[in-house]
Design a protein around this ligand. Structure first.
Ligand SMILES: O=c1[nH]cnc2c1ncn2[C@H]1C[C@H](O)[C@@H](CO)O1
Ligand SMILES: [Zn+2]
Length: 376
């Protein structure tokens, strides 16, 4: 993005200090392995594939590394199994806020599907309230530790199920209490966004925000429906927008994206500044991309799409915001200016009011990057 030469190396220490904004992180995909073990022991869940934290973490990473979204999603049965009481949900949410803050994340939206957490007898509202309480506790602890973070929850409906109307209503009911918006997730092929049209129409009537997982395991029709039928504010992943971009020969798009031609849908996404919640490591695991070096995120950055960097599932991908950023620096040549740009993109696209977004950009993100630039 910049004309100035990139520093030779952006060290891990420097990247970890950079302020970060995270729009796409699943609460049930980010548990600490030791917490899963603790909660399984306390609740009597006997289904874990390993009893030692390191081995369990490795099991999640390996099992999620299958090249298939459907198989990737199977690993969530273990995390969801230990998120069925209010205490369990609050603990996971509190630790999510603390872990993200310790990684330099200053603003995060974490998403979860309330309907997956009622097997232990909780109501949907009890699930939501337990998560919100944990997020508030985590924010307070992070602030006390000198790493303030603003946490927002997104409510997800599972796209194969039929709860989206109810979950959308809850997203509206809790919007002034820490819920920023709505999402649909789960297997994409065979479950187009338009299945949940009534939920999206309701949210639009209510002036509420939503994002849709689209263009991850399925291509342009899914992205097109998400935007043009459903009216999504943002795209979860959206990596397959590449199917509507022609690069004249594979190496010819230069650092400004010259040499690339956009189809109508890609042009619309760029023209309307529709944010892309991109999750590089997750895409390698589900087969949506081949390598970090060739991941579409870099071409989309050069073409000035509204690109953001995200973790998706920190447990399944063994990742963090710092790691995702560092991979882009080391393997795709991203600079500190690029990281700053993507962070501001994310803040501009956040599901909090405009004045609050601006305050974080002006008072946290820009000064943070200025201090890092001065240090390089
Ligand atoms: O990357 C993803 N694509 C589609 N669905 C996903 C992805 N990561 C997690 N999920 C699902 C599994 C979780 O149980 C659910 C709610 O967070 O969302
Ligand atoms: Zn996701």
């Amino acid at each position: 993005m910049t004309e100035t030469p990139a520093p030779a190396v952006l060290s891990a220490a420097l990247v970890s200090r950079a302020p970060k904004a995270l729009l796409h992180d699943h609460l049930d995909g980010g548990l600490r392995p030791q917490t899963i073990i603790d909660l399984a022991n306390e609740s009597g869940y006997a289904g874990l594939p390993a009893s030692d934290a390191d081995a369990l973490g490795q099991w999640f990473r390996d099992s999620a590394d299958s090249g298939s979204l459907e198989r990737y999603l199977e690993t969530f049965s273990h995390t969801v199994a230990v998120m069925q009481t209010a205490d369990q949900l609050s603990r996971v949410a509190r630790e999510c806020a603390i872990d993200l803050a310790a990684d330099g994340v200053v603003y995060a939206e974490t998403r979860f599907a309330p309907e997956q957490h009622v097997a232990g007898g909780l109501s949907l509202t009890e699930v939501i309230e337990a998560v919100l309480e944990g997020l508030r506790d985590g924010e307070a602890e992070a602030a006390a530790a000198g790493t303030p973070i603003r946490m927002v929850a997104l409510l997800t409906a599972m796209r194969h199920a039929a709860k989206s109307d109810e979950i959308a209503e809850l997203a509206v009911r809790y919007r002034d209490q820490g819920v920023g918006g709505f999402d649909i997730a789960g297997a994409e092929a065979g479950f187009p966004p338009s299945r949940h049209l009534s939920a999206f129409e309701y949210l639009r009537r209510e002036n509420a925000h939503f994002t849709i997982h689209a263009g991850e395991a399925f291509g342009l029709p899914s992205i097109w429906e998400a935007i043009q039928w459903c009216g999504a504010d943002r795209l979860g992943h959206g990596v397959r927008i590449m199917d509507d971009i022609t690069v004249s020969d594979s190496d010819s798009a230069d650092a400004e994206g010259e040499g690339a031609t956009l189809g109508r849908l890609a042009a619309y996404v760029r023209d309307c500044r529709i944010p892309l919640e991109m999750c590089p490591t997750s895409n390698l695991q589900t087969g949506a991309a081949e390598s970090i070096a060739t991941h579409p995120i870099s071409l989309l950055k050069d073409l000035r799409f509204r690109v953001t960097i995200n973790t998706d599932n920190r447990l399944m991908s063994g990742t963090s915001m710092s790691r995702e950023m560092q991979l882009l620096v080391d393997e795709a040549g991203w600079t500190l200016d690029d990281l700053r740009w993507a962070t501001i993109n994310a803040m501009k696209s956040a599901f909090i009011p405009f004045d609050e977004r601006l305050a974080i950009i002006e008072h946290v993100v820009k000064p943070g990057y200025a201090a890092l630039s001065a240090a390089t």
